[in-house]
Design a protein around this ligand. Structure first.
Ligand SMILES: [Zn+2]
Ligand SMILES: [Zn+2]
Length: 104
């Protein structure tokens, strides 16, 4: 249980002093959380925003050339070109996964 009182804390990220209020402590206890936040509300909000900001990389389909976005940074050659071809939804196939075995 977190002690229900105003905790004077120092953000481990930016070093700013912040207050973890008694009512917040009570809410944490209600939720069963046992760790007092180590970062100030500002830093926590920024981290949350960062997590929600999805990575979008513009690429072109190796098959039809259509431009689209992928949610990860693809491997690239030294000259910046893609190390492996990427495909749009229409032309995307998974060579790694074996084809459905025939049941016959
Ligand atoms: Zn901070
Ligand atoms: Zn395509």
């Amino acid at each position: 249980m977190i002690e229900v009182k105003d905790h004077q804390l120092e953000c481990t990220k930016c070093g700013n002093a912040f207050v973890f209020a008694a009512k917040e402590a009570a809410r944490f206890n209600e939720k069963g959380l046992t760790n007092i936040p180590k970062k100030c509300p500002d830093c926590r909000a920024k981290e949350r925003a960062k997590q929600e900001q999805k990575l979008r990389v513009a690429v072109n389909c190796a098959e039809c050339g259509v431009a689209f976005e992928i949610p990860f940074e693809p491997a690239r050659n030294a000259d910046g070109t893609l190390a492996r071809p990427v495909y749009c939804v229409e032309h995307f196939e998974r060579p790694d996964s074996p084809a459905t075995p025939a049941t016959s």
